[in-house]
Design a protein around this ligand. Structure first.
Ligand SMILES: [Ca+2]
Length: 193
């Protein structure tokens, strides 16, 4: 390949997600990205994608405040003492003994609590043979920059045996605090590593 052809191939790869192999005989396409690695992608562009609120919270299909595209999910309301999660996704099946990365974007506009230090996380709840097994938490949302979108992630590996599935949650990481919040989530993804 000539130098300029290599540059063009790199640019095309970045823009399209495909790597074009050029030769004097023609051009062929090799997927370089990893759409096939994405197990689930909560973009909310086609609806609520199976998300539901817990307790007194509401989830709404959001059109004004988005991380990307035209829609996000608004999570708003009072999560009382006695529950951990604020909102939850549908359950999705996982392969056994596989490394995964959960990542996503969350924006908290307002948070208050009778407790002095309420916190908000994204969480992957893992289920083994249809019973809760363990949780994987992102770092907490940085309440020092309320109103900003923040990227959070968590890596985990699925168990070697058994039927494994998960859901994704907006979560307080405690059941002993009430929290009232106005928040948004978008582009939440689980992919294999
Ligand atoms: Ca979106």
């Amino acid at each position: 390949m000539k130098y300029d052809v290599v540059i063009i191939a790199i640019l095309v790869t970045i823009v399209t997600g495909y790597f074009y192999i050029t030769s004097e005989y023609g051009v062929s396409l090799v997927p370089s990205n990893p759409a096939s690695r994405t197990l689930v992608n909560f973009t909310f562009e086609d609806g609520m994608q199976g998300w539901s609120p817990i307790s007194n919270v509401k989830v709404l299909h959001e059109t004004d405040v988005v991380h990307s595209g035209k829609y996000a999910l608004q999570v708003k309301g009072d999560s009382p003492i006695g529950v951990w999660a604020v909102a939850t996704s549908k359950h999705v099946q996982l392969k056994n003994n596989t490394p995964y990365r959960f990542s996503g974007w969350i924006k908290v506009d307002s948070i208050s609590s009778a407790d002095a230090s309420p916190k908000i996380y994204l969480k992957v709840g893992m289920y083994l043979d249809h019973k809760w097994y363990r949780n994987f938490y992102s770092k907490e949302y940085d309440l020092g920059h309320l109103g900003s979108w923040e990227y959070v992630s968590a890596d985990f590996r699925s168990p070697e045996e058994g039927s494994v599935d998960f859901n994704v949650n907006v979560d307080k990481r405690t059941s002993t605090k009430d929290v009232y919040l106005i928040s948004y989530i978008d582009d939440l993804r689980i992919e294999t590593l």
